[in-house]
Ligand binder design. Structure first.
Ligand code: R5P
Length: 310
């Protein structure tokens, strides 16, 4: 059997290189750049004929550029007779657009699923999809990996023994329960209402945080508003300052640092599904998901079961 080809676009070069090392291989050669007018130019520099191809690319900001790179890459591989094309999308952008919230709204995640399949993608590997029903938008296999294990292992040594796991909204309750099981803790639930893309409000707290240490978990930190609101509410309810945060996808957009640079936040643990800028702030710790993805690739190429239910 031919060696699988692992490629990357411009969103995840460090993670892709670490994934290639984890499987004992190397990144396959390709150029991904822009024409002067901004269009994507891809040159695949080695044969993919009859090979199992993996394209590692988070659809991270700038989301549309990275998505188009991934689509063009898959199209190039399909036209070059790849045996199977797996899009490894550690962070799946548009995941929050998984239903219509009002009239005349698109469902972005479904559109992305259709585009990937049209481009020739035959299999998707992703991590902590915003909602598990997105799998149903695809007609091809989707393997959903979970970062809870890697993040809980990294954060366990620094957590005080009486820590409770806090879900910042109802949508993260299942994930919070998984953290609590791994950390042998209990769960507190906040209820959040979103007023706009940048503004949300905590309306209820279920549980008791008085004099307790807290770990707030989430699938992603985008503007930082959700975590900042959660921390503020926990402190108002008597939680001990020195709150920890764990989130799979650290988008950490402009403005997030200002919102989350509070003395009450002791540390923020994210994974490397989003590549962090060099001048990260000291409170942020990145945990690599390269071993997780590497193992998934090895399992796919050897026909074994990958991950569990999304
Ligand atoms: C929302 O449902 C998500 O799980 C996250 O809580 C949210 O997208 C985080 O965004 P931000 O950091 O902008 O509040």
């Amino acid at each position: 059997m031919q060696e699988p080809a692992i490629f990357c676009g411009n969103a995840s070069p460090k993670l892709a290189a670490a994934v290639a090392r984890a499987v004992g291989g190397r990144l396959a050669a390709a150029t991904v750049e822009r024409f002067p007018d901004g269009e994507v130019r891809i040159e695949i520099a080695e044969t993919v004929r009859d090979r199992d191809v993996f394209i590692v690319q988070s659809t991270a900001p700038p989301v549309n550029d990275h998505l188009m790179e991934l689509l063009a890459f898959a199209d190039g591989c399909r036209r070059a007779s790849a045996a199977r094309i797996t899009a490894v999308i550690p962070y799946f952008g548009y995941g929050r657009s998984d239903k219509r919230h009002g009239r005349r709204e698109p469902i972005g995640a479904r559109l992305v699923a259709d585009l990937l399949q049209t481009a020739g993608v035959g299999h998707v590997i992703t991590i902590d999809l915003h909602s598990s029903q997105i799998e149903g938008f695809f007609r091809i296999p989707v393997d959903g990996l979970r970062a809870v294990c890697a993040l809980s292992d990294a954060i366990r040594p620094v957590l005080p023994p009486d820590t409770v796991v806090v879900s910042p909204d109802v949508g993260r309750l299942k994930m919070a329960t998984e953290y609590a099981e791994r950390l042998e803790s209990s769960v507190v639930l906040l209820h959040k209402t979103r007023e706009s893309g940048t503004k949300s409000r905590v309306t209820h707290l279920v549980g008791d945080v008085r004099d307790r240490a807290c770990l707030v978990i989430d699938d992603m930190i985008s503007t930082g508003g959700t975590i900042a609101d959660a921390v503020q509410r926990l402190l108002e309810e008597g939680a001990r300052p020195g709150i920890f945060v764990a989130a799979t996808h650290g988008l950490l957009l402009a403005g997030a640092r200002a919102k989350l640079s509070s003395a009450s936040i002791a540390g923020i643990f994210v994974t490397d599904t989003i590549e962090q800028p060099v001048e990260r702030w000291p409170a942020v710790h990145a945990v690599s998901v390269a071993p997780l993805i590497g193992e998934a690739i090895q399992r796919v190429t050897s026909g074994q079961l990958v991950g569990g239910p999304l």
